[in-house]
Write a protein that binds this ligand. Structure first.
Ligand SMILES: *Cc1c(COP(=O)(O)O)cnc(C)c1O
Length: 376
């Protein structure tokens, strides 16, 4: 019998962390401060040290982290916010939730991240339509940072706030600068399957501006002022549970090693798959944390079926660009549309990827993929 291959193996990490996690959970059960307890503060400090961001505000999940940034900036009806068409729905969802208009921008074919030229065209068109461009949310898809130096130039030409959606790239870097310091605000998610995940929902916002830090802390707790029963703005209930913070502190301790292991797995895939399928590219100057290892293939359905037959799981992120989703298709897209996003949605395929993927398992995946890709 062949060994089971997991798409993401969270149990391998659980076994490694063993009693350290149990003890961390036990400590919270003993002190009983379940909301904004001492572990939440400690985690925020550790995440700030880890990234070099001045302030870290944890919250309930990565979607709220984005939503809170838009609330902080008072983005509202009549405003336009630019998002890539090829991303998870949350990136556009929060824009609609604050009453603004998301405008779908195309991505680059090699990195899957927002195309600065498409962004510029979308901004000009939004202005022509009488909308007020306010912010852009580049996404660091599959673990590598977007091209922030180009995107920041376009954003600053038009006075836009840049909110980096780093739900998939926490721990990565660009030109030696860690994710968390590359944009005005950075959001991330600790959903279990993300590179740094907890055991439930969790998220954080990273900023370098003190006033933004203060507003975000107020917004995540019902718009509090000096105390909980002083409400100076309309906010949300969006805090990270102390239990999740305690779990994340233990996971953060092994995270640098896990990132290195992910990068090793990715290197092995890329070497073995050269000439077989189109492997993912990392921009010069960037590092990826490989939230996903995503190849491009023309005959995707057939490859998925062949791999499934031999027990190898795969996933498609994302089968539809957002401009084609029922909830979002009535919303504006950059003039000329998003042809790269459309093509990628038909061709991308993500392979098993996690820090504990053993070389022999990976060899089996590569071997079966070779066979499937050549139609043997
Ligand atoms: C996971 C994810 C989110 C949302 O995070 P949650 O914690 O699940 O709310 C947002 N954007 C991207 C790109 C994601 O991958």
């Amino acid at each position: 019998m062949t060994e089971h291959i997991a798409f993401i193996d969270l149990q391998a990490q659980r076994r490694r962390l063993g009693s350290r996690l149990d003890k961390a959970i036990q400590r919270v059960l003993t002190h009983g401060m379940f909301i904004l307890g001492p572990e939440t503060d400690e985690l925020e400090q550790q995440l700030a040290t880890f990234t070099g961001a001045k302030y870290v505000v944890t919250c309930a999940n990565g979607t709220d982290a984005l939503h809170l940034c838009l609330m902080m900036e008072e983005i509202s009806p009549g405003d336009a916010v630019f998002v890539p068409a090829f991303t998870f729905s949350a990136t556009a969802e929060v824009v609609v939730l604050v009453g603004a208009v998301p405008i779908f921008v195309d991505v680059l074919p090699d990195t899957f991240n927002m195309d600065p030229v498409s962004l510029e065209a979308a901004i000009r068109d939004a202005k022509r339509q009488g909308l007020k461009p306010r912010a852009v949310i580049p996404v660091d898809l599959f673990g590598q940072p977007a091209d922030y130096s180009s995107l920041l130039t376009v954003a600053s030409d038009h006075g836009l706030l840049v909110v980096a959606d780093a739900a998939q790239s926490f721990g990565a870097s660009l030109d030696g600068k860690p994710v968390g310091t590359l944009a005005d605000c950075t959001t991330t998610s600790f959903f279990p399957a993300k590179p740094l995940g907890c055991y439930g929902d969790g998220g954080a916002i990273l900023v370098c501006d003190q006033e933004r830090n203060t507003i975000l802390r107020s917004l995540r707790a019902h718009g509090k002022g000096d105390n909980k029963y002083d409400n100076i703005r309309v906010g949300m209930n969006s805090r990270l549970d102390t239990l999740q913070a305690a779990i994340l502190i233990e996971k953060l301790a092994v995270f640098p090693g896990e990132i290195a292991a992910r990068q090793k797995v990715a290197r092995r895939y890329t070497e073995a798959l050269s000439g077989v399928v189109q492997a993912p590219a990392v921009m010069p100057g960037a590092t990826s944390v490989w939230a996903q290892y995503t190849i491009q293939v023309a005959n995707r359905d057939q490859i998925i079926a062949s791999l499934k037959k031999v027990g190898i799981p795969t996933a498609v992120y994302y089968p539809l660009p957002l401009n084609r989703q029922k909830a979002y298709r009535h919303l504006p897209t950059v003039p000329g549309g998003v042809p790269v996003s459309e093509r990628l949605a038909n061709q991308v395929l993500s392979l098993p990827m996690h820090p504990y993927l053993a070389p022999n398992m990976q060899d089996r995946i590569v071997e079966e993929l070779r066979k499937a890709a050549s139609g043997v």
